[in-house]
Ligand binder design. Structure first.
Ligand SMILES: *Cc1c(COP(=O)(O)O)cnc(C)c1O
Length: 472
């Protein structure tokens, strides 16, 4: 070993870890990221240099190791530009939270809060108390409870009322929401026996009535928000179902999914049933999400009859599905914004983005097109195009909002690999830019782009790694 070492030219032997750690670059990195991970990265870099015969100057090795540490310490869950055209994109985290809610959440994170403590009386309070009053006010329901998400709300309510009993559902409403949320599976896990009634396209009152027995725990109505059957169809409206439920003394639950608290026509969108309407139609319980149209953090609400909500709260499952102080704080602040509906579309990002006029978006597209064109170079053609945004998260699947954006297409005909390369380059930016591929082009719908300066600054570091043969 020592004989062999002597034969090697001295300059080619990698320096010791200590020698690299003594460089200015490594010392600065240790101060920023902590010594142990920098030492480990230096060790790995030295080993790689030894194996490959790469340059071995301490400064060079320190720089490589520092870059490694910097990449590793980047947060994996980090902001992206959602230019997919889907405002409530489940894979991109759905609703953006209002500033008021962010502030409330940050305050709750930094400090002890009166989560289950009644400050007035000095006695124990209830977690749900912070939202109960607001939810009653906004939905007209007698009582309310909140859990982790709407899937949890459905699971909990089904388990409470139809555990070891029957739950009656129309075959036209046995939906899959995505992410493995299938109504029949949730019902099975809740311990409910699923009684399917009617057919895929038509369900009549008599179908429900003949399925009701002493084993019935619940009639479940599901708002089939993520698809629409057209043509020869009939469903039993919630109002009629409520009459059947009252007459036969069974509980009726309406799962609205993306329940909205306001009339969407105010924003120029197609109407969705509001939670207040579902309550007024006579459902005993109504479930809906916090991070869909409502525009808050992930949560699931159950509102409805007081005696039923009390039973839900006594179910031990509630404890496993409850939400933490951070989300409760954000939810309370979000719901408070609904007390002032006139300013809602300014303060609530979801509403602001959904209501954003097309002309506004088109003007933005025209402004940033040159910068985007410059960043991708002349091998791509960038043009301003009209497009149609989706709400997302299963709300109003067939309706879309007219929007505008940029279309980036390879200049050469056989540009498939160039298209992959340019999409990947946008995703590799410090703030990844996520668009959608449509007809051999990368399309950026700009409805959700509000930080124009941040977007153009981000473009500076674009690096399109194109395979040479795709450049023809
Ligand atoms: C989205 C949706 C759910 C699930 O809600 P999450 O908040 O995503 O858990 C349940 N039911 C319906 C009808 C939905 O649209």
């Amino acid at each position: 070993m020592s004989a062999r070492a002597k034969e090697e030219p001295v300059a080619k032997r990698p320096p010791s870890v200590d020698a690299v750690m003594r460089t200015t670059v490594a010392m600065a990195a240790a101060a920023q990221y902590g010594r142990p991970i920098v030492v480990e990265a230096v060790r790995q870099t030295i080993a790689a240099a030894r194996a490959s015969g790469a340059p071995t100057e301490p400064e060079r090795l320190a720089a490589i190791a520092t870059e490694r540490v910097a990449i590793n310490s980047q947060l994996n869950l980090r902001p992206v530009f959602n230019l997919t055209g889907t405002v409530l994109h489940t894979n991109l985290g759905r609703a953006l939270i209002a500033e008021e809610a962010i502030e409330a959440a940050v305050a709750a994170m930094r400090s002890a809060v009166a989560l289950e403590f009644d400050v007035d009386s000095g006695r124990r309070g209830e977690r749900d108390d912070h939202l109960r009053g607001l939810l009653r006010e906004l939905t007209g329901a007698e009582d309310a409870t909140v859990v982790n998400n709407n899937a949890a709300a459905v699971l909990l309510a089904l388990n409470t009322f139809a555990g070891a009993r029957d739950a009656i559902v129309s075959r036209g409403e046995l939906i899959e929401i995505g992410g493995a949320f299938r109504m029949p599976d949730i019902m099975a896990r809740a311990g409910a026996a699923l009684i399917e009634v009617g057919t895929t396209n038509r369900t009549h009152p008599k179908d429900y009535i003949s399925a009701i027995s002493e084993r019935t725990g619940l009639i479940l109505k599901v708002h089939t928000s993520n698809y629409r059957i057209e043509g020869f169809t009939t469903e039993v409206p919630a109002r009629d179902l409520a009459k059947i439920a009252v007459k036969h003394r069974v509980t009726l639950m309406n799962d609205l999914g993306s329940g909205t608290l306001i009339d969407l026509r105010r924003l120029g969108l197609a109407p969705e049933p509001t939670v207040a309407e579902a309550v007024a139609e006579g459902a005993d319980l109504v479930t809906f999400s916090g991070d869909k149209l409502l525009g808050g953090p992930q949560a699931g609400f159950i509102v409805g009859r007081k005696d039923l909500i009390e039973r839900i709260n006594r179910n031990p499952m509630k404890r496993a599905l409850r939400v933490d102080k951070i989300r409760l704080a954000a939810l309370e602040a979000t719901l408070k914004l609904y007390r002032d509906p006139d300013r809602l579309s300014q303060r609530l990002p979801t509403m602001r983005l959904l209501a954003r006029p097309k002309a506004d978006i088109a003007a933005l597209a025209a402004r940033i097109a040159p910068a985007v064109g410059k960043s991708v170079g002349d091998r791509f053609i960038v043009e301003v195009v009209e497009c149609a945004s989706q709400i997302g998260s299963g709300a109003l699947p067939v309706d879309s909002a007219p929007s505008a954006g940029l279309r980036i297409a390879p200049a050469s005909k056989a540009g498939g690999r160039a298209l992959d390369a340019v999409s990947a380059a946008f995703r590799r930016l410090p703030i990844p830019v996520i668009g959608r591929i449509e007809k051999s082009a990368l399309v950026f719908d700009l409805r959700c782009l509000e930080d124009e300066a941040g977007f153009t600054a981000n473009l500076a570091s674009i690096d399109i790694k194109e395979p040479r043969d795709a450049l023809a």
